[in-house]
Write a protein that binds this ligand. Structure first.
Ligand code: F0G
Length: 473
């Protein structure tokens, strides 16, 4: 007899269904809400109104080991040679029992991403302790791999031949790679001309059918939602709740890397708003199971040109109004985020803020991170830009231990970096928004390439004059 290890529960109306019973658009037929995966040990879930203090009566009937045994088990699996143990997602599989047979797991040994300290960025932001969890160090260069290994494994187990997603580039790269590993066929919908080249090249490299639609990301989502109702295809956008099961695991890995100490604040970029929701779920589950003694706050930062959650947060009537998105941080160029309610619940329940960053602020933050040896995508750098604002507003205090979630690798969008250093990125109007201090920072951070004659004397003279002109930070 097959025993259900999990159920899906609508985050709006609370209706529960068996995993296999879900509709192709992953929406609740009663209220159109999004689902979340729940287990025998889950309690209130991330619905607004649930309290951080809501602990489960007991993890009754779940057969879950106690917290110390789980911590030991997860550590022990690191020494194993099995792929599912080496994966930084499936190492925590006790808290995501969504596949019946581990043989079905599709993995590229994702997760296990580094945690870096950022003393110079901390100083610039005005806090004492700042770390970055670099999710761009995943196999396809973004945090999407952690979610894709989970959702693709479920799709493969359910016998799908086709998988598809609409994407600003990273989801599609990850989906194409995992589908290729599983031997499934994949279709990618991307907004024409609006994603970084590195990402576009990946979906072709991994053999996906790549369709560039003459619309934006939100338009791609509409087309795909229509398509999945007419063609047997597994939808792998983040409305698929299994994605979030993988994307919650960096929360486990983060506190494990900190010896089970919980930072005060986590700062996450916001686009379609699934990642913040997933991390919130991860922290909540650890708290409910007694793995951590308290919850961190989670703050979400959006680009000013793609800021529907920021607007909602600052609207006294709390009405979500989609926007027409425009930002060079193309990964988060999203005006109608699918998971906004889940993400808003996380910020409300765990505490934290929603901020926005201008194009100039994003460019500066990315250059500062780069100058500290930590490259990332512009969409990841919004975290540092937002952190600076939250500190300046007194919302994050100097002593609060803060972790930035960097979501994408710097090589995903090399053109952005080149344009920045050649001073060809920002318009005059955008550059004029910089304060004198920011302008000075830009000037010292910009390192355009220098073209010289191939002559040693010329090279030496140039280095000497450069040395005179610049001071190490
Ligand atoms: N950072 C990067 C690098 C991303 O690619 C994305 C989303 C985000 C942040 C935002 O995460 O959507 O969960 O709030 N990229 C999606 C994609 C939408 O299609 O690759 P979110």
């Amino acid at each position: 007899m097959k025993v259900a290890t999990h159920q899906l529960r609508c985050t709006e109306c609370g209706a529960g269904i068996a995993g296999e019973a879900v509709a192709s658009d992953f929406r609740c037929p009663n209220c159109h809400g999004l689902y979340e995966v729940v287990y025998p040990w889950s309690k209130a879930g991330s619905k607004a109104g649930s309290k951080a203090s809501d602990k489960p009566e007991a993890a009754a009937g779940s057969n879950l080991p106690n917290p110390s045994a789980l911590r030991w088990l997860w550590q022990e699996r690191r020494t194993s040679t099995m792929a599912v143990d080496q994966s930084g997602v499936w190492r925590f599989r006790d808290l995501l029992p969504i596949v019946e047979d581990l043989e079905n797991v599709v993995t590229l040994r994702e997760g296990n991403t580094p945690l870096y300290d950022l003393p110079r960025c901390a100083k610039s932001a005005g806090i004492d302790w700042l770390l970055a969890k670099h999710q761009g160090m995943n196999p396809t260069g973004s945090f999407k791999d952690t979610g894709m290994t989970a959702a693709l494994s479920v799709a493969a187990q359910r016998g799908f031949e086709w998988v598809a997603c609409a994407s600003t580039g990273n989801t599609s790269a990850a989906m194409a790679a995992y589908a290729a590993r599983a031997g499934l066929r994949s279709i990618v919908f991307i907004p024409e001309g609006k994603i970084a080249w590195g990402k576009l090249s990946q979906s072709m490299d991994y053999g996906a059918l790549t369709i560039q639609l003459k619309t934006d990301f939100d338009g791609c989502v509409k087309i795909l939602t229509d398509l999945v109702r007419r063609f047997p295809i597994c939808l792998l956008n983040s409305v698929n709740p299994y994605r979030l099961e993988g994307q919650k695991t960096p929360a486990f890995e983060l506190v494990e890397q900190l010896d089970w100490q919980v930072p005060e604040h986590i700062v996450v970029p916001g686009g379609n708003l699934a990642n913040s929701a997933a991390l919130g779920k991860g922290f909540n589950e650890m708290f409910q199971l007694g793995l951590i003694p308290r919850l961190p706050k989670i703050s979400i930062i959006q680009a000013q040109g793609a800021n529907p959650l920021y607007r909602w947060y600052n609207d006294e009537n709390r009405i979500m109004k989609p926007v027409t998105a425009e930002t060079r941080a193309t990964a988060i160029r999203i005006g109608n985020p699918a998971s906004w309610r889940k993400a808003a619940d996380v910020v409300e329940q765990m505490g934290g803020w929603c901020e926005q960053a201008t194009e100039q602020e994003i460019a500066l933050a990315k250059a500062e991170l780069g100058a500290e040896g930590i490259g990332c995508e512009p969409a990841s750098a919004v975290t540092l830009a937002g952190l600076k604002k939250l500190v300046a507003q007194g919302r994050i205090s100097r002593e609060e231990r803060t972790v930035l979630i960097l979501t994408g690798h710097t090589l995903k969008d090399a053109q952005y970096t080149i344009d920045y250093h050649r001073n060809e990125l920002l318009t005059d109007a955008e550059a004029a928004e910089a304060t004198p201090a920011q302008r000075e920072q830009h000037e010292s951070l910009r390192k355009p390439p220098i073209v010289l004659e191939a002559d040693p004397d010329t090279v030496l003279r140039t280095i000497e004059s450069y040395t005179r002109m610049t001071q190490p930070a």
